[in-house]
Design a binder for this molecule. Structure first.
Ligand code: DGL
Length: 269
C-alpha cells in the first residue's frame, strides 16, 4: 500500500521522555503532523528485561501502524537498544528511525580524538547497542559507557539544576571523563534536559551529542530524499496518547515539550 505523505509521523516512548524528540521534530519539521504514544502505565523500561521490552514494543508498533503513520520513530533509547528489529519487522514499507542509529552516526561524524562516552539506562548500556553501532561505523573508536539510573527520576522531579543532580552527575561521569572522551552521547530521552548541567560537569572540551536533535535531522533528510514531506501551507495536527494519565504527566510533559500539550488521550488496549 502506498504511504500517504499527509499522514502523521508516529513517535513512541516508554513514557513522557520521548517528548524531547517530539520537541525537536516540531522545531525541525513544523509542517508535519505527529502522533505520540507514551506507555505511561508501564514506564520505566530502562530497568526491565529484553523479552518484556520486546513484547511491549511490538504492541506499540502495531498500535501506531494501525493509526496509518508514514514513519515510525523509536524515541526511547531503551526500546531502540533492544527492540529496533521488532519494530522493523512489523513496519512493512513504513520507514523506522531510531535514536540510537541517529545518535551513533552523529557521534562518529563529530569525534575529534576518537574517544566517545555514552550514558543511558542500565538496559541500554548493558545491550552495548551504541558501542556496537559506533564500532561498525569506525572500528578504531574507543567507546566508554556508563549507566546512570538515577537521572530519569531526578529529571522527572524537575531537579535539572540541583546540587543532588550535580553530585550524581559528577559521580557517574568521573570514570568516563577519566578516559579523556571528546564527545558524550546523551543516550536516554531524559538527558537533553540535563544538558547545561552535564556540560558544566564534563567541561567545554566535551561535545554533547543530543540524539533528539539528530533524530529530527535524520527524519527531515529522509522526508526530503523520498519526497514525503507535507507541502508548504500544511497545518500540523498533534495527538498525544498514553496508557495511563498520572497526575503529574501534563506538568512533566510540558517541561519536556517546552509548550502546552493540549489534549491527552488514554488508550485502552
Ligand atoms: N525512555 C527511556 C530511555 O530513553 C527512559 C525512561 C525509561 O526507563 O523508560 O531509555
Amino acid at each position: 500500500m502506498a504511504i500517504d505523505r499527509a499522514a502523521p509521523i508516529g513517535v513512541f516512548d516508554s513514557g513522557v521522555g520521548g517528548l524531547t524528540v517530539v520537541r525537536a521534530l516540531m522545531e525541525r519539521l513544523p509542517l508535519e503532523s505527529i502522533i505520540y504514544f507514551g506507555d505511561t502505565a508501564r514506564v520505566p523500561y530502562g530497568i526491565k528485561s529484553v523479552p518484556t521490552i520486546e513484547h511491549y514494543t511490538a504492541q506499540i508498533a502495531d498500535h501506531l501502524m494501525g493509526a496509518g503513520v508514514k514513519m515510525l520513530i523509536v524515541a526511547c533509547n531503551t526500546m531502540a537498544a533492544v527492540a529496533a528489529d521488532v519494530v522493523k519487522a512489523r513496519a512493512g514499507d513504513v520507514p523506522v528511525l531510531d535514536v540510537i542509529e541517529a545518535g551513533a552516526q552523529a557521534a562518529v561524524a563529530g569525534t575529534s580524538g576518537g574517544a566517545i562516552g555514552v550514558i543511558g539506562t542500565p538496559t541500554t548500556i548493558n545491550s552495548n547497542a551504541y558501542a556496537r553501532r559506533m564500532h561498525e561505523l569506525d572500528p578504531s573508536l574507543r567507546v566508554y559507557s556508563q549507566a546512570c539510573p538515577l537521572f530519569v527520576p531526578l529529571v522527572e522531579e524537575g531537579w535539572l539544576d540541583h546540587p543532588v543532580t550535580r553530585l550524581t552527575a559528577e559521580e557517574y561521569l568521573r570514570p568516563v571523563l577519566a578516559e579523556g572522551v571528546d564527545s558524550l552521547v546523551l543516550g536516554c530521552t531524559h538527558y537533553p534536559l540535563l544538558k547545561a548541567l552535564l556540560q558544566s560537569v564534563a567541561g567545554p572540551q566535551v561535545r554533547l551529542v543530543d540524539s533528539a536533535l539528530t533524530t529530527a535531522q535524520a527524519a527531515a533528510e529522509w522526508l526530503a530524499r523520498e519526497d514525503m514531506a507535507r507541502p508548504s501551507g500544511s497545518v500540523p495536527a498533534y495527538r498525544f496518547q498514553v496508557t495511563d494519565i498520572p497526575l503529574r504527566f501534563q506538568t512533566i510533559g510540558e517541561r519536556f515539550l517546552g509548550r502546552s500539550l493540549g489534549a491527552i488521550d488514554k488508550v485502552d488496549w
